[in-house]
Write a protein that binds this ligand. Structure first.
Ligand code: PTT
Ligand code: SF4
Length: 611
């Protein structure tokens, strides 16, 4: 087994019991880790139709065979569950000491089931587990909770937790760690809240497993040095992902006023160079020498960790051009444990609804004070508007009606991340086909597409999306290592098979990993289809109508919009290349090729499968 501990900690919160489930090398090599483990566990254990907030849902926290090792950016944890926001598969990826500690404690994953009778914190110290009463932490911010737990159990303790949004079951509540690392956009924090689980605190003292630890450490060191030598490293350390604001503005893809436009008049005021003037430091994930979290003080003088996505969604998308105010909104979202992307979408959607007089509340673009109050209401799932918005924009658009579905910016219920796609068909398709709903994590094809030429809807674009999904949504989510060394400074992909050789004691080529990625994608599709049954169709992979019905009205690409028919043709080509039928369901032979005959058998009890 080498690089896996081969042990999953099973936690039954209803019974206050823990146990260890062992897995063998067959399971490990079939699913690799992270997203693969999560998809398999959710498929096997969450019956279709299960209420995401019921004790029967599972909350999975999973690592991969390289997680936590001394090699570039290995300190990331995948969190997953059936999503309350989309009704399908949901996951997210957080940089946190908790994953390093999980591996040092001798586990590859934790799986939670049931529901604790009262607010609970799970403490894990190597083989020892303890259920702690979390009454005094409930309703407290996740920052304070983590600080307090570290004070009690030591600074090395890895903590992941939820804030009040998770407690109040806001459907896009996420899981937070280290005062600014947040993951699990599709409501994984709300699932944690529904289980009355406030936090998990982990301490491990063991050695990480590996076939040849000396070689792995040596390679890791070389990898760190290689990253330091990359030409773009210095600039990356200055701005991290925030430099993308300028790039998006130049290329008319910066979401502005609920994705009406791709350019924002005040883009300079929220971009990377302005951020540098305010910057007081960097923070980052464990085992990373690229630490990309940019810290600036917010309007209250409190530190807030900024990335491209949160600046865009809480800035240009709601018409707010003030970085300190954005930093404040970002900080409260972190402390309340609520996804910044979906929050920015929900607020932008409400602003447009107000502009169109679909709601009584007066909410103008960029009105910071009103947004602050609204975010409080969303996090508390209270007030007429706050409680509607806390269910996501798909739900809000059903409530508000009057054609607002057209500009409810989501795919499968998950809000769009920070790229406007009026002019970029491939990026739109990447959103349409991402594993958990609209997310750029699976295939951030937009930078390639802008260079390649955005007008076309051709085969090369479909191929590129699949290639990226195998790497980003595949390899990096299976290994749970950060993809940014590769994406942002050009850390070469062939490092990963080398790391894996030292860790596993056997070859695992990129092609082998892509097969596991394809298997995982097919299983995740099966999970969605089983949930939706005969209601499933290619319409599930459609993008918001705004992008093909309302052209941009500003900027150099004024007048441009997508072509719906061409998008649909490209989608069909994507299905064909994946071995899925014209509804977007893997065929029997595709399941069989990927070793998933049992999945095909089970799924054929819910929908008719194509041969
Ligand atoms: C990710 C999504 C992103 S993507 C961002 S900023 W980005 C938002 N960050 C949030 C936040 O912070 N606080 C908050 N309350 N909500 C937030 N929601 C948003 O979540 C993040 C980095 C970033 S910064 C990115 S791109 C990369 N994402 C990776 C990934 O998904 N997989 C992987 N193997 N490596 C990755 N590396 C990078 O990690 P979700 P983090 Mg995130 C303040 O969770 O659900 O996947 O959505 O984890 O530790 O904060 O690192 O411009
Ligand atoms: Fe975390 Fe940034 Fe390092 Fe990736 S590059 S591991 S997101 S600090």
């Amino acid at each position: 087994m080498k690089s896996w501990a081969g042990r999953i900690l099973r936690v039954n919160l209803s019974k206050k019991k823990t146990g260890v489930q062992e897995f063998d090398s067959d399971f490990a090599l079939t699913w690799l880790g992270g997203r693969g483990f999560a998809a398999k566990i959710l498929w096997d254990e969450v019956k279709p139709g299960t209420d995401a907030f019921s004790p029967e849902n599972r909350l999975v926290m999973a690592t991969g065979p390289l997680t936590g090792a001394s090699l570039p950016s290995s300190g990331k944890l995948l969190v997953a569950a059936k999503s309350p926001l989309t009704g399908g598969y949901g996951d997210g990826n957080i940089g946190t000491w908790a994953c390093v500690m999980m591996r040092k404690a001798g586990y590859d994953a934790f799986v939670f089931e049931g529901k604790a009778e009262r607010p609970t914190i799970l403490k894990v110290e190597d083989n020892k587990t303890e259920f702690l009463d979390a009454k005094e932490y409930w309703t407290r911010g996740v920052f304070e909770t983590e600080k307090d737990l570290k004070k009690q159990y030591g600074d090395v303790t890895g903590v992941v937790g939820i804030g009040r949004a998770g407690e109040n079951k806001v459907k896009y509540a996420n899981v937070v760690s280290q005062e600014g690392r947040g993951g699990g956009r599709p409501g994984i924090g709300a699932v944690m809240g529904s289980k009355n689980l406030k936090a998990v605190a982990i301490k491990g003292t063991g050695e990480l497993p590996a076939d040849n630890m000396t070689e792995l450490k040596k390679l890791g060191l070389e990898g760190y040095k290689e990253i330091l030598s990359k030409p773009s490293y210095k600039f990356w350390k200055r701005q991290g992902t925030v430099s993308t604001i300028e790039w998006s503005q130049e290329n008319s893809v910066l979401p502005t006023c609920n994705y009406k436009e791709g350019v924002f008049d005040e883009a300079d005021a929220i971009g990377g160079f302005t951020m540098e003037k305010f910057k007081i430091g960097n923070r980052g994930c464990p085992q990373c020498n690229m630490t990309c979290g940019n810290i600036i003080n917010d309007t209250d003088g409190e530190p807030s960790e900024l990335d491209y996505e949160n600046i865009t969604l809480l800035g240009s998308n709601i018409g707010l051009g003030d970085l300190k105010k954005i930093a404040h909104l970002n900080r409260i979202c972190d402390d309340y444990g609520i996804d910044t992307i979906s929050t920015g979408n929900a607020v932008g959607f409400a602003m447009e609804a107000s502009e169109n007089r679909l709601i009584d509340e007066k909410l103008e673009w960029g009105d910071f004070e009103k947004v602050k109050a609204l975010v409080e209401d969303i996090a508390d799932n209270k007030g007429k508007l706050g409680s509607i918005l806390s269910q996501g924009v798909r739900y809000a658009s059903e409530k508000f009606g009057h054609g607002s579905q057209k500009w409810a910016m989501h795919v499968k219920g998950l809000e769009i991340t920070a790229y406007d796609c009026h002019t970029t068909p491939a990026m739109a398709l990447a959103y349409g086909t991402a594993a958990s709903g609209a997310h750029h994590k699976d295939a951030w094809v937009i930078s390639w597409e802008v260079k390649y030429g955005r007008e076309s809807y051709d085969e090369a674009k479909v191929d590129k999306i699949i290639e990226l999904q195998r790497l980003r949504g595949g390899m990096f989510e299976l290994l749970t290592t950060c993809r940014l060394p590769w994406v942002e400074v050009g850390f070469e992909l062939d490092w990963y098979p080398r790391f894996l050789k030292a860790a596993l004691g056997r070859e695992l080529t990129l092609e082998d990993i892509f097969t596991i990625a394809d298997r995982t994608y097919a299983l995740i599709r099966a999970f969605w289809v089983r949930e939706y049954g005969e209601r499933w169709s290619s319409a599930m992979d459609m993008i918001p109508a705004r992008w093909y019905s309302d052209p941009l009205t500003k900027g150099p690409l004024k007048g441009v919009k997508l072509d719906k028919t061409k998008y649909e043709t490209m989608l069909q080509l994507y299905y064909k290349k994946r071995g899925w039928d014209n509804r977007g369901i893997p065929t029997k032979s595709t399941f069989s090729r990927l070793g998933l005959d049992d999945v095909a058998n089970e799924l054929s009890g819910h929908v008719q499968l194509s041969a």
